[in-house]
Design a protein around this ligand. Structure first.
Ligand code: NAD
Length: 482
């Protein structure tokens, strides 16, 4: 065992009170390499109590002081970037090059962005013309819960805790039990960065054991959750009768829409990236590729040629483009989805099964070939349900109207990427799409100030910029008769 992953409660790294542990597995090898504290309601109680105790002091800190502390935490991420990238790659199976270029720099950026937001956040006032003025206070909520998934572990963990802390809340956070390492490491630097004890608490363990206890806890005023749609529904059912604020960032079944006037080379390479980055395990991945019929054959052949050349293998090899999927269970789910596609009559254009790298070290790893499928109707399960792995389908469409119908044909509404050089069509089409986010001639370009989130089964609420700062604060209007 390399390292025990401990809870951070009231400034101390401690095991779960119940003494339980979970195995932490390296997806590229299938080997257990550390133990995770298996926390329960008693640990939630301790964390919430520490957070409540810390709140009066923390909320009184000036925005400038909160900013300084979050910047110091970001400095720790920057100083340890190479080590964090390796840890993320080992824990998740993603290529270390991706962790080093995307996950860790973006985690650092989240902390810096919301550190600045602490000082820039403002609230409104409304004058009534008769000498009456309303001003709105934005008060931190108190203790808030942040629950994050395994696909972009430190990136999404910091996306939540940074605005929660910047706006003056004390946090009880839970990273995914599948990828807890980098959140643990971040927590281990909290004291050194200057966060008072109890302001940031991090609990590890299983969702239904520790996550649910967080959602149910009386003093946890809000839950910011990113994860699967079914989990989001379970959390909503628990939180609604307790009138908690909820931000839910859930699953997606996003379309990449390619019109025949697109910039061909850029559309092909971005469609490949959008489908297979992070082994297809990004909520924003374009897993349904819709191509106008005149361009379909050429586009399909170009995609297949590119995907067949993607280098899949050891995540620690800097040349690797695709690593392992996150767990054995997830690999089996993805393989079962490919079988379903076959059963539904899909033609596998490339991939279609497990990948076995040559290195003996990787013999037990969870590798899946990047897989492209065509010939499936938009109503079939493969084109309706999220797979969240390296699997994408291709569907032809005739015209704009048919394309719009296909884009909006699932219960999800997270994002879409549209490729056309016709400016009018681009804007018209974007406005017709029922998703929270649309990229025109690009994909996954992120400005942290913009509203991030989905419609329908992709979630409720928006995060990003002021949206997050507003979520983590309660507005209180004060009306003054002068
Ligand atoms: P998941 O729902 O299984 O788990 C997410 C987190 O919730 C984990 O920390 C887990 O322990 C916790 N959890 C599980 N059950 C719980 C419960 N009953 N109560 C409280 N907490 C509970 O999701 P996952 O498999 O880790 O992540 C993959 C999913 O996340 C995909 O569906 C993906 O689309 C989605 N996702 C969405 C976004 C977005 O921004 N919309 C971003 C990334 C991932």
């Amino acid at each position: 065992m390399e390292q025990d992953i401990l809870n951070l409660i009231n400034g101390a790294l401690v095991p779960a009170q119940g003494g339980g542990w979970l195995d932490n597995v390296e997806p590229a090898t299938g080997a257990t390499y550390s133990r995770i504290a298996r926390s329960g309601p008693e640990d939630v109680e301790a964390a919430v109590s520490a957070a409540r105790k810390a709140f009066p002091e923390w909320r009184a800190w000036s925005p400038a002081d909160r900013r300084a502390v979050l910047m110091k935490l970001a400095d720790k991420v920057a100083e340890n970037a190479a080590m964090l990238a390796e840890a993320e790659s080992k824990d998740n199976g993603k290529p270390v090059s991706v962790a080093a270029a995307v996950d860790i720099p973006r985690a650092e950026h989240n902390l810096r962005f919301y550190a600045s937001a602490a000082e820039q956040f403002s609230s409104e006032s409304h004058t009534m013309g008769d000498g009456t003025v309303n001003y709105t206070l934005r008060k931190p909520l108190g203790v808030v819960g942040c629950i994050s998934p395994w696909n972009l572990p430190l990136y999404l963990f910091t996306w939540k805790i940074a605005p929660a802390l910047a706006s003056g809340n004390c946090v009880v956070a839970k990273p995914s039990e599948v990828t807890p390492m980098t959140a643990y490491l971040l927590g281990s630097w909290a004291k050194e960065a200057g966060l008072p004890d109890g302001v940031l608490n991090i609990l590890h363990g299983l969702g239904p054991e520790v996550g649910q206890a967080m959602v149910e806890h009386h003093y946890v005023r809000a839950i910011s959750f990113t994860g699967g749609t079914a989990t989001g529904a379970a959390i909503s059912a628990l939180a609604a009768p307790k009138f908690k604020k909820l931000s839910l960032e859930l699953g997606g079944k996003n379309a990449t829409v390619v019109f025949d006037d697109c910039d061909f080379d850029e559309a092909v390479s971005t469609a490949v990236r959008a489908a297979f980055s992070n082994q297809g395990q990004i909520c924003l991945c374009g897993s349904r590729i819709l191509v106008q019929e005149g361009l379909y054959d050429r586009f399909r052949d170009a995609m297949v040629a590119k995907v067949s050349k993607l280098r899949i293998g050891d995540p620690m090899d800097p040349a690797t483009k695709m690593g392992a999927v996150v767990s054995r269970g997830h690999r089996d789910k993805v393989l079962a989805a490919i079988d379903t596609a076959r059963g539904e009559g899909g033609r596998i254009l490339c991939g279609g099964g497990r990948h076995q790298p040559g290195e003996p070290r990787l013999k037990g790893g969870y590798f899946v070939q990047p897989t492209l499928i065509e010939g499936l109707d938009h109503r079939c399960v493969t084109n309706r349900e999220e797979i969240f792995g390296p699997v994408a389908t291709l569907q032809p469409f005739k015209d704009e109207q048919e394309a719009l119908g296909l884009v909006n044909a699932t219960k999800y509404g997270l994002s879409a990427s549209v490729w056309t050089q016709d400016l009018k069509r681009a804007h018209r089409f974007a406005a017709g799409i029922d998703t929270g986010m649309v990229w025109l001639n690009c994909w996954l370009v992120r400005d942290l100030r913009t509203p991030f989130g989905g419609t329908r089964h992709s979630g409720v609420g928006r995060e990003g910029g002021y949206n997050s700062m507003k979520f983590f604060t309660e507005p209180q209007n004060v009306c003054v008769k002068l």
